[in-house]
Design a protein around this ligand. Sequence first.
Ligand SMILES: [Fe+2]
Length: 236
Amino acid sequence: MRKGDVSQRTVFDMKPVLYQPNEAKTNDVFYNVYRNLEIIGGKLRYDITEIPQRKIGVEFAKTFGHYHKGIYPELYEVLDGRAYFLLQRYGNSAHPAGGDPAEIKEAYIVEASAGAKAVMPPGFGHLSINIGNVELVLGNWIGLAEYDYETIKKLRGGCYYVLDRGKNMEFEQNPNYKSVPKLKKIKLRDLPEFGIKNDKEHPILDLKNEPQKLEWLVNPEKYLNLLTIEKLYKEI
Ligand SMILES: [Fe+2]
């Protein structure tokens, strides 16, 4: 068992955001989040999330999904397994909650396997999906962000569901949204200015020894020009 403050989501907790809520039949623990495994200066914390290798109906296991209140970004690393991160926004970095949450302006999918790092930019709601053959384990650094789960809950999940119907992976638009753009696949890049390298030799946990490289998570307003999809990712 890991240390930290564990918070768990059961299968029934996930019902509001599932593609097939009626397929949630047993109320066992679905995924675990261990928070505050490291804390830097009371302003930054490191958490680990474990998402099982499992499907509910035809949908891959995923986290509930949320937006951050305000403009806090987040830095993830895949510690084990294979992930898709779904990123979506309805506001913009200056006004993340400005606009109608049912009208998504941009939606992206990022594939990441062990050693890969992904930044959730200001204003982007996100969720993590286990598309691999093993438990997906994610580490993350985050500032003093508060979470908004309600927006995703009301719309019954992210703007796309990731499904496995036996052949190819499918991305299905969530019909509860009023408008959803085409899903764009984007690729990770190394971000030397933030000490981010997408290999297993550079775990983000090591950045606790260079906290100045995590300052963008504490004071994102100074870094908004760097915290854009264009700067953080490559188009495919
Ligand atoms: Fe987050």
